[in-house]
Design a protein around this ligand. Sequence first.
Ligand SMILES: [Mg+2]
Length: 222
Amino acid sequence: MKKLVLFDIDGTLLTPSKSHKESFNLAIMKVYGVRVDVSSLSLPGMTDRQIIFEALRCAGKDDHTILKGLKDCEYALLEFFAKLSTFEKLKTLKGVRYSLEALRREGVILGLATGNLEGIAKIKLGRAKIGSFFRVGGFGSDHYDRAEILRIALERARNLFGRINKAIVVGDTPRDVESAKRVNLPILGVATGKYSTRELLEAGADCAVNNLKEGLPFLLDR
Ligand SMILES: [Mg+2]
């Protein structure tokens, strides 16, 4: 019986990163010459590409112009983040390490489904020393839409490990919940980000915990 858990990163595995936010402002300025402040957007659960699009749309840029600079902007985002984040302490949230170790011992395949660009995800997890737990993933550099990122992660897992009998998603925002529902995967909401267990359940999460110390209740066994 092969089981897969796909984790979001920010607010689920790690504390949110200030330098990631700052890197958007710097990368957008460098590539598009526009001053933006991404903190004015409702960021939780947005993919990196969505953040670039939304920030520039708010600054009056059309999608054609945004698309033309997108690859350069993503490259600049990764470069700024690699530099700025060296001064930032990225911490795992409560119960994360415990939970990852327990799942790995049980033979569960651990994966990622994150809006972070792949390079940024890898830097973050490496700095927090949990990168080696994850064997597969879907990233913000794969797609604009979080549901598509989940589909891609699932497909990669099937290509690598064969038939997956049970897959669940773990995330901290209503956007994670909504995307899991769109691809018909059960989701555990974890209230270590900006949202409470109640808000996550109201958004449609199959189950919610205060933190991962409480484990991944029964969703994997259903
Ligand atoms: Mg998150």
